[in-house]
Design a protein around this ligand. Structure first.
Ligand code: ATP
Ligand code: ZN
Length: 289
């Protein structure tokens, strides 16, 4: 248990999630002195300390309450079968856990792997997948460099994390089927947290929410004929009503609004059709409700 006053957050020490997690923490205003060769780093301006450890240990540390919060891939939390609260999916560390086979193996579908050996660092998730399909396979647990095992004839196929697929290709493997999609998540312990620390967590989450909302939105400005205002307002999926400003040309107005990033292109096309011109799109630093 963490009996200190500071909120303790587990972060991967060095790996694919480290840089973006630290960047996220800095983007919500937390300042740190230096990370070099340190296991524990204290923030200079927020009552929080970071525990820098291997990603494999993060779910358990959070489960046991050694850290109140942790940043870790869903793949690890689920493989470890830990009981934690998933607070938020983050938009980085995205990858999939996939079955892959040697290019010339002749395996065309997962059913072809019945009775074969599958190398993986994710024995639980892999086992669960094949069990659900009723396919009997031998799981060979390997802690790293899984992609080399078919060449070494240690396994017939693998189940490993893939993002671009470059590593698979470089090792003469092709992807057969994804079994899980994963991204970095913020997790919280289910152990009781004292009220003062919970206050810190709430404050921390509020900042994260503002930042995440901002990252998923764009600020747009455009000019439009005055008589198209109703049509344009109906296109913009804004929570608030848009800002409308007069222009020197009496028949024209300027409209400012915030739109969700995932509707960006669709909205843009409709705005143009409705007569909007000079559309300017800008990123947003933060959004506080
Ligand atoms: P550690 O030394 O902390 O145990 P690691 O070698 O297990 O590091 P990394 O390769 O740094 O882990 O990956 C950390 C996490 O990044 C993965 O668990 C996964 O959630 C995510 N990730 C995203 N893309 C990939 C990818 N292509 N391969 C592996 N992990 C990926
Ligand atoms: Zn790891």
């Amino acid at each position: 248990m963490n009996n200190g006053d500071s909120l303790r957050i587990a972060v991967q020490k060095s790996g694919r999630l480290s840089e973006e997690t630290i960047e996220l923490l800095e983007n919500i205003g937390l300042r740190f002195d230096g990370f070099r060769n340190r296991l524990m780093v204290t923030s200079k301006n927020f009552n929080v300390e970071l525990l820098l450890i291997r990603d494999d240990d993060i779910p358990e540390y959070v489960q046991d309450g050694v850290c109140e919060l942790g940043f870790v891939g869903a793949n690890v939390t689920e493989e470890k079968r830990t009981d934690v609260n998933v607070l938020r999916d983050l938009d980085y560390g995205t990858c999939r856990l996939s079955i892959a086979v040697p290019k010339n193996s002749g395996f065309k579908q997962v059913e072809d792997l019945a009775g074969k050996r599958i190398a993986t660092s994710y024995p639980h998730l892999t086992r669960e997948y094949f069990d659900k399909k009723g396919i009997n396979v031998d799981i060979v647990e390997i802690s790293g460099a899984v992609e080399i095992t078919p060449t070494l004839e240690v396994a017939d196929a693998i189940c490993d994390l893939v993002s671009s697929g470059g590593t698979l290709k470089a090792n003469g493997l092709t992807e057969l089927e994804p079994i899980m999609y994963s991204e970095c998540q913020l997790i919280q312990t289910r152990k009781p947290v004292d009220p003062k620390k919970q206050e810190l967590i709430d404050k921390f989450l509020l900042r994260m929410e503002g930042r995440q909302k901002a990252e998923r939105s764009r600020y747009i400005m455009m000019n439009a004929p005055e008589d198209s205002l109703d049509q344009i307002t109906s296109i913009i999926p804004s929570l608030n009503s848009p800002t409308v400003l007069p222009l020197a040309d009496k028949n024209m107005i300027a409209i400012h609004s915030v739109i969700p990033l995932d509707e960006f292109w669709e909205v843009m096309e409709q705005l143009k059709e409705a007569g909007a011109t000079g559309i300017v799109v800008m990123p947003i630093e933060n959004m506080i409700a």
